[in-house]
Ligand binder design. Structure first.
Ligand code: PAF
Length: 293
């Protein structure tokens, strides 16, 4: 593990200019900078990204910004969990060097909404189909963060697999000089993928939500024993989810792991991705699968 290079206490930066100055200092000192973009409500999944950044970089910057442009009408922008003090404490404990936590008015001042970054293709299916405009909001804010914080590497969780692939594509297409590092999903003991939105679940819904991971694990077992027909695998996943209690399935898709195009059968590295609403809370999960031997 890389040790922090300075004993300076963590700095909280709220202004873009102050952040640029701090980043210029790091670059002048030849530090390799790792950025962990977040919307706050930090949990162990985020902290695993911070730890990965700490291993690969000399200085770690966490951004905390609940980005309004990636929420659609009727989504949870207003109610998105905010745990600022706990987030800052967690960052301090993880020896984060800088937290960048700007106001919405700083990131989107009046008139600064005429430009957006759009990645086509990869954003059309899965979450993109039911959340129009969501990925434009993500790629635009991530580009803005990369411009303010010229990091060497940025760390994203595989739980948002489509987001990770979209950001990798954007960085490649636009020749952004930053390495995108995908980090494994962190799960609760019962398999539920960690998410800030899990806080919305009641006790009963929280129990029920185990079915997402259970359905993915059952699908993996089927595939290992030779099942490659996607419709068959999808039916099995759907049954486990619907048997667990009232839920609305947004999608269950098995897609090419790179292009994210739906597959009729598993004949190449693939990803099973799903989005399910339990008690109104939209949960996503995914797992990597390969052609059975
Ligand atoms: O994954 C998230 O928390 C957000 O989509 C991100 C990447 C921080 C952009 O707002």
């Amino acid at each position: 593990m890389n040790l922090r290079l300075t004993d300076n206490p963590m700095e909280l930066l709220q202004e873009i200019d102050a952040c640029r100055l701090a980043m210029a200092r790091l670059r002048r000192d030849g530090r390799r900078v790792g950025l962990v973009p977040t919307m706050g409500a930090l949990h162990d999944g985020h902290l695993s990204l911070v730890r990965a950044a700490r291993k690969m970089c000399d200085a770690v910057v966490v951004s905390i910004f609940v980005n309004p442009t990636q929420f659609g009408p009727g989504e949870d922008f207003e109610s998105y969990p905010k745990t600022t003090e706990a987030d800052l404490d967690a960052c301090r404990s993880e020896m984060v060097d800088f937290v960048f936590s700007p106001k919405v008015s700083a990131m989107y001042p009046d008139g600064a909404d005429m430009t957006s970054v759009h990645v086509s293709g990869l954003t059309e299916g899965l979450c993109g189909a039911s959340r129009p405009g969501h990925f434009d909001g993500v790629t635009t804010i991530v580009s803005k963060l990369f411009n303010i914080i010229p990091a060497d590497a940025a760390f994203f969780g595989e739980k948002d697999y489509q987001q990770l692939m979209v950001i990798k594509q954007m960085v490649g297409d636009l020749n952004m000089p930053i390495e995108i590092v995908g980090c494994p999903i962190i799960r609760e003991k019962d398999g539920l993928a960690l998410s800030s939105r899990n806080a919305y679940l009641s006790e009963v819904e929280r129990m029920q939500a185990q079915c997402l991971n259970q359905s993915l694990m059952a699908a993996c077992e089927k595939i290992t024993s030779g099942q490659v027909v996607v419709d068959e695998i999808r039916d099995g996943i759907q049954k486990i989810i619907l048997d667990a209690g009232p839920a609305e399935i947004d999608y269950i898709e098995i897609v090419d792991a790179v292009s994210l195009t739906p597959l009729p059968k598993i004949d190449r590295p693939a990803r099973i991705c799903l989005a399910v609403l339990i008690g109104g809370c939209r949960l996503i999960d995914n797992v990597a699968v390969d052609v059975p031997l």
